[in-house]
Design a protein around this ligand. Sequence first.
Ligand SMILES: Nc1ncnc2c1ncn2[C@@H]1O[C@H](COP(=O)(O)OP(=O)(O)OP(=O)(O)O)[C@@H](O)[C@H]1O
Ligand SMILES: [Mg+2]
Length: 238
Amino acid sequence: MSETNGSLVLEVSGLRSGYHGVNVLKDIDLEVGNEVFSVLGANGAGKTTLLGTLARLIPLTAGAITFQGEDVTHIPAFETAARGMGYVPQERGVFPELTVLENLLVGGMIGERSAYERMREVFDLFPDLEALQGQLAGTLSGGESRMVACARALMQDPVLLLLDEPTAGLSPLYVDMFFEKIDEIHQTRGVSIILAEQNATKALEVADRVMVLSLGEAFAVMDAAELTTEKLKEGYRI
Ligand SMILES: Nc1ncnc2c1ncn2[C@@H]1O[C@H](COP(=O)(O)OP(=O)(O)OP(=O)(O)O)[C@@H](O)[C@H]1O
Ligand SMILES: [Mg+2]
């Protein structure tokens, strides 16, 4: 889609954040509606910093974040999930000492609907998880672990899902499966998704719009279909 569908889920303006007083993100403006919005960029471009800042885990030094029409710039990280923001970090997305089932139930602690009903839905989406219910999450394979992290976030009934390189390091079949799931989560559940990715080809297949981050700056924001290889390379500085 070319516009953000009228009702914005997330609005970000003039966002700056980083580490130890050094800004990584420089004046990021962003508007996300009910869509799959992909954030592309080279290693170190600031994708994880952006998602972590949106999830309020990294303090911002300037700018404002509005989520579902409410100013969330200064809310603590623990409030974001209850407000409808699901976050799947690039690493450590599961509680390793808990079983798969317990991980899912942690996600299910938020919201009104029965955890059982939601668990049925995530098992429909990721059927492989049903057989793994009793296994300690710390003993799962990389792909299984990513599924649990994603399923745990979905158990929160999110309005917006922040996915940080969900398929990094996975085998090609897993990658294809995961991108189909991302599409399904958006299409059938109406969840808005911000997807940080290295895999530009796959990301552009599912994304409506895309931002190319380059050294912490929004080098380009456009419809996914309009992003050319030349533009992408320029943004990746290659
Ligand atoms: N905890 C930290 N302390 C200091 N600097 C950090 C920290 N985390 C990230 N950085 C720096 O911030 C910049 C952006 O890193 P970030 O992790 O956001 O990039 P990325 O786009 O997610 O990269 P990748 O594709 O490798 O995951 C990098 O220069 C990185 O070295
Ligand atoms: Mg990253």
